[in-house]
Design a protein around this ligand. Sequence first.
Ligand code: 9UX
Length: 71
Amino acid sequence: APAPLELDIEGMTCASCVGRVERVLAKVPGVRSASVNLATGRAQVQGEAGLDPAALTAAVARAGYQARVLA
Ligand code: 9UX
């Protein structure tokens, strides 16, 4: 499996935010799983090869948070 992508996400302050971001990430085509850590403000995303990191940051932005790809 490809290495996970890691995102830094700004603006999450509660557990509902975490659930919201995990849900939108999981719906991006090619994503197998997404896990958000509120304490670190980071998300780990497992996806298929060729998953476009920009599709992840766009989905997070539509949900109201700012994300950038770390790796
Ligand atoms: Mo979390 Mo509630 O940042 O609107 S505070 S979802």
